[in-house]
Design a protein around this ligand. Structure first.
Ligand SMILES: Nc1ncnc2c1ncn2[C@@H]1O[C@H](COP(=O)(O)OP(=O)(O)OP(=O)(O)O)[C@@H](O)[C@H]1O
Length: 551
């Protein structure tokens, strides 16, 4: 039974990857006719889907505003026949001055005590300054403690990491309550009890730090990172020496160590796939197959030595964007899987492809390029703008944007790592403190840049898709898309780097005139208003009409 469930899941996983691959290919072919730029992006990003960008969407000419001459060099970037010109007299100054202000608190009324967590864990939460659970934590913790497999989907920056860490730590490791330590403590100590998988080294390390914070200085060794780019031998030695209860890592390194027989996860009770939609993509398929096959499986446990006796592994899938393919895969598991969202827990069996629960989801009509729309992936308080700039003036547009919003901590996204350096040179030449972050930098380089950005030494982080998922920098008050993301899902993850945990945040997409239709399409898919803006005399201005949209 368990074996058939497992192989059914692997078939579904294969389908999932194949669907994404096909939709990428066909969409890329369509899109190539319209834009060479994004087709290059699709190639570089491999498994990314361009389905949402294809076909027939002409740039929308605004009937509301007439082209007018505005002062300043930004205006010189706007050529004849612009898609959407703004009336100077109708432009309004939008004040976006104070960064990281809390504008929409995500906390429900519950306290952590009400969630049934053990005292030691409550003490840790108190020590680290976590006093009230967010909505998704209030919903997820009891469901996972009850033993459900879970798909957790909620806004970027809504606290999904603690939503799965708290129930895990209440069951295993040094902070676990009595109920959690039922079977032989010595046996548990010898085996890994929880595995958390994340698609990037940065995200994995961020999760490690979150676990370490909760474990406290005395028990930090109970968590071990297994990320690529770091010394594998040392990781293996640490596994042997420290016997961690929890490992957090990237798929490639976990699979590598597992193949070498150095990772004992058959008795593992929790498997978490953070950013599950990314992890189930084609890029990670082989490694994730291995992990799903080996984690929580006790070999030779059956009376005749058969290897189909799965330990009571709970599987938790997490992302702000959950395609129905993930739901379909999770439905094939046996532990009454549930979909957990803010203040809502739904049995997965009842979730349909058309349900608004699944955000930005290519559904069964995926092949037709139809995408379902909801606004559940992004915090509602985020503000979205776009401006038009010629390619060669984009860096100037970025600089004006940063000054106009007085943004202190900015992430600027591009699609190709080669171009990041160029942007950094140009910004530095204009006196802006910035740095590049991408996968080609060494491990040390990446962590140094990230550290500098987090502590405010770097004002603008120029990066690519590497930083789009999971990166948590509370102070980040502005995200700029210097190049368009490949689709609305990627837009959501990039945008979600700001406005975290109810803070104020702004997203500005700098596009060329011929790309406005893509921005409009993403706006429609996300169900959020993207306001056209210009930067005039050091201020961000929008039309009166657009201003009315956000009133
Ligand atoms: N209950 C809480 N009280 C205060 N801060 C919290 C609470 N829960 C989480 N946080 C903090 O909020 C920030 C965002 O949390 P987290 O990174 O888990 O968000 P997320 O939903 O996983 O975002 P993403 O989808 O972008 O990965 C983190 O800095 C985390 O420490």
């Amino acid at each position: 039974m368990a074996a058939s469930v497992s192989s059914r899941f692997l078939v579904l996983l294969k389908e999932f990857s194949t669907v994404r691959k096909i939709s990428w290919r066909s969409a890329a072919a369509n899109y190539h006719r319209q834009s060479r730029f994004l087709c290059h992006a699709a190639k570089e990003n491999g498994s990314l889907t361009l389905a949402s960008l294809e076909l027939g969407n002409k740039p929308r000419k605004s009937g509301k505003s007439k082209a007018v001459k505005l002062e300043g060099s930004f205006v010189t970037e706007m050529g004849q026949g612009k898609v959407r010109a703004a009336k100077n007299d109708k432009m309004k100054v939008v004040k976006e001055k104070k960064p990281a202000e809390i504008v929409s608190p995500l906390f429900s009324a519950k306290s952590f005590e009400e969630l049934g967590l053990p005292d030691s864990l409550l003490n840790s939460l108190e020590r680290e300054g976590f006093s009230v659970p967010t909505d998704v934590q209030s919903a997820a913790v009891p469901a996972i403690i009850k033993g459900h497999d879970a798909v957790i989907q909620s806004y970027t920056g809504s606290g999904k990491t603690l939503a799965y860490l708290l129930p895990i730590l209440s069951e295993i490791g040094p902070l676990a309550g009595k109920a959690g330590s039922s079977s032989g403590e010595s046996e548990k100590r010898a085996e890994i009890q929880a595995m958390i998988v994340a698609p990037s080294r940065e995200l994995a390390m961020q999760i490690v730090r979150e676990v370490e914070k909760l474990l406290g200085p005395d028990h930090r060794r109970m968590v071990q990172q297994l990320v690529g780019g770091a010394n594998r031998m040392r990781q293996e030695e640490a596994l042997k020496k420290n016997k961690p209860a929890i490992v957090v890592g990237t798929p490639g390194r976990i699979a590598e160590i597992s193949k070498g027989g150095k990772l004992h996860t058959h008795g593992c009770r929790f498997l978490v796939l953070d950013e599950v939609d990314e992890l189930l993509s084609f890029n990670f398929r082989e490694d994730i197959h291995r992990i799903l096959e080996h984690v929580g499986k006790r070999s030779g446990a059956g009376p005749k030595g058969e290897v189909d006796e799965r330990a009571k592994r709970q599987t938790i899938l997490v992302s702000a964007t959950v395609p129905f393919s993930v739901i379909r895969a999770a439905k094939s598991w046996s532990h009454e899987p549930v979909l957990v969202q803010a203040n809502k827990v739904t049995p997965l069996d009842t979730v349909q492809p058309s349900a608004p629960a699944i955000s930005l989801t290519p559904t069964t009509s995926e092949a037709d390029g139809q995408i379902q729309t909801t606004i559940q992936s992004l915090p509602p308080a985020l503000k979205h703008y776009y401006c038009i700039s010629k390619h060669q003036h984009k860096v100037d547009a970025l600089r004006r944007c940063v000054h106009a919003l007085e943004a202190q901590s900015v992430i600027a996204f591009m699609n190709h790592s080669k171009q990041l350096k160029d942007v950094v040179y140009k910004l530095e030449a204009r006196g802006m403190n910035c740095a590049e972050l991408h996968g080609d930098l060494g491990k040390l380089g990446r962590s140094t840049v990230l550290k500098k950005f987090k502590n405010g030494e770097v004002r603008v982080l120029v990066t690519n898709e590497l930083s789009a998922r999971g990166l948590d920098v509370a102070e980040c008050d502005l995200v700029v898309n210097l190049e368009l993301p490949t689709d609305a899902v990627h837009y959501a993850h990039r945008a979600g780097r700001t406005g975290r945990l109810g803070r104020k945040g702004t997203v500005v997409t700098v596009c060329e005139e011929s790309q406005v239709f893509i921005v409009k399409k993403m706006e429609k898919q996300l169900g959020l208003p993207f306001l056209y803006c210009e930067f005039v005399d050091g201020e961000l201005v929008v039309t009166e009409e657009d201003k009315a949209i956000i009133r």
